[in-house]
Design a binder for this molecule. Structure first.
Ligand code: MG
Ligand code: MG
Length: 282
């Protein structure tokens, strides 16, 4: 059976820069639209306008049965929340996952936001910390890509980062990593082989070498990692009602280093604490 190689050519990697930047712009727009009183549908519309105005299309809308540009997951929802009439409230923790397809190539990225709530500083601090830990674990996984021999080292780095945090200084909870949802290859399609686990596995996985492009996307809870799918058949929520956070970047490995395609700075700021300097693909 014919299988397309998971490794892309230098020209193909260059084609993935623009859809990555458009994806980043859609998340900038979504973030700017997030405030108390806004509906999740209005946040989705802001992301959609950013994608369309750059001549790209939403790759989420190419997923069978899905009709939105983003997934927006609030509080105990971790991923795959559907934008709609829900009104954001002060203190909500809001994960937005977005993507764009441009000239046949895809970007996929997610960020978590916390709606300000001056009346509940403890809640905001706990949720902000969950988001910071999740984002940090993503950067730890991306940093591991710069020197990893195999994909399995990425998940190990994510898990080690989260375990090293210990219990939350704010809530006392130990963080959970979702097991049933994972990162993935990305290219002509938004979801390609191989899977990228967010935890240690016995299988070392495929080789990390030039041409590999992965979406690294830890999904973390402030409690148990057990989840269920809500009655809308999409939204993934925690069983124990604990908060969730989701961060994601699409990252390319090339001959001279790594480059975070969905970050305008290539990941320079996020990777700096790990001593990794991203290099733009030539
Ligand atoms: Mg995504
Ligand atoms: Mg993804």
């Amino acid at each position: 059976m014919f299988r397309r190689s998971i490794y892309k050519t230098p020209a193909q990697l260059r084609s993935m820069i623009e859809p990555g930047l458009i994806t980043a712009a859609s998340l900038d727009a979504a973030g700017a639209a997030i405030r108390a009183g806004a509906t999740t549908a209005s946040v989705d519309e802001a992301a959609s306008a950013a994608v369309l105005s750059r001549g790209a299309e939403s790759n989420f809308k190419l997923v069978r049965g899905y009709h939105h540009t983003t997934c927006i997951s609030v509080n105990e929802q971790v991923v795959h929340g559907i934008p709609g009439a829900r009104v954001l409230e002060p203190g909500d923790i809001v994960s937005v996952d977005s993507g764009a397809q441009f000239q046949g190539w895809n970007g996929d990225s997610a960020r978590t936001f916390v709606v300000p709530d001056p009346a509940r500083p403890d809640l905001v601090a706990a949720r902000s910390e969950l988001s910071r830990v999740t984002e940090g674990s993503m950067w730890a996984g991306i940093a591991a890509m710069a020197s990893a021999g195999h994909i399995g080292e990425i998940g190990a780095a994510i898990q080690e980062y989260i375990e090293a945090q210990g219990p939350s200084a704010v809530s006392g909870e130990t963080y959970g990593i979702l097991r049933e949802y994972v990162g993935h290859g990305i290219g002509r399609k938004m979801h390609e082989a191989p899977s990228v686990f967010n935890y240690r596995t016995p299988d070392p996985g495929a080789e990390v070498k030039p041409g590999l492009v992965l979406a690294i996307e830890p999904m973390v809870t402030a409690g148990s990692e057990e989840t269920f799918v809500e009655d809308d058949d999409w939204t993934v929520s925690t069983v124990d009602g604990s908060d969730g956070s989701h961060w994601e970047h699409s990252v390319a490995v090339h001959a001279d280093g790594i480059w975070v395609l969905t970050a305008p700075d290539g990941g320079a700021a996020g990777l700096a604490p790990f001593g990794v300097v991203p290099v733009r693909p030539a």
